[in-house]
Design a protein around this ligand. Sequence first.
Ligand SMILES: *Cc1c(COP(=O)(O)O)cnc(C)c1O
Length: 231
Amino acid sequence: MNYIAQNIREIWERISQAAARAGRLPHEITLLAISKTFPEEAIAQAAGAGLLKFGENRVQEAERKIPQLRQIQRLEWHLVGHLQTNKARRAAELFDMIHSVDSIRLASKLNQACLETGKVLPVLLQVDLGEEETKFGAALQELPEMVDAFSAFRGLRLDGLMTIPPFLEQPDQVRPYFAKLRGLKETLERERPGCLGQGHLSMGMSHDFEQAIEEGATIVRIGSAIFGQRQ
Ligand SMILES: *Cc1c(COP(=O)(O)O)cnc(C)c1O
């Protein structure tokens, strides 16, 4: 077995154990393999080991890689990195889900592109929970207004929330951020039933995905633990 397949096996094992600790079922959790900077061969190996969902963080890189992997059936592509409005059209064509929608302006551009092609694109709203940092993501106080705006976007389906918490050495220090995102989701859904579609929580990366699962993650975004260190 190659190291990628071995890593994936170990990660599934850890996902199952984290899910069990939280009284959840492993199949409630989607393992999204973040393949940014890694070559097509590595992605093909991960697909050979059973993964079908891959995440990229840049439109340009995805534009180059996705066509090279067309021969593999049923692959799904997610955009997890910041998206500029001038690349919205291309992103709407390339991706099956966009995790990083953080403004009404961007959502509106994506919606326009989807209406023209007849696609309904699932998207997540990226939330900025790290008060001190200037990260991408919508501010907490903007969320209700943004969620309401989505009901007018027939080309998009808002399916949940995503966050990138600040990097903290100890995974347990990140836990409050995960809990906060889950709390936000619950509040929004209580006040606006159905507003978050599938109700996804995209949170947790290589060094903290177990904590994220214990706090309710439905999609974990894992790169280096599958593919190795990025250069
Ligand atoms: C790179 C990246 C990941 C994966 O990070 P790892 O630490 O390699 O698992 C997850 N989410 C986003 C948005 C990323 O850019």
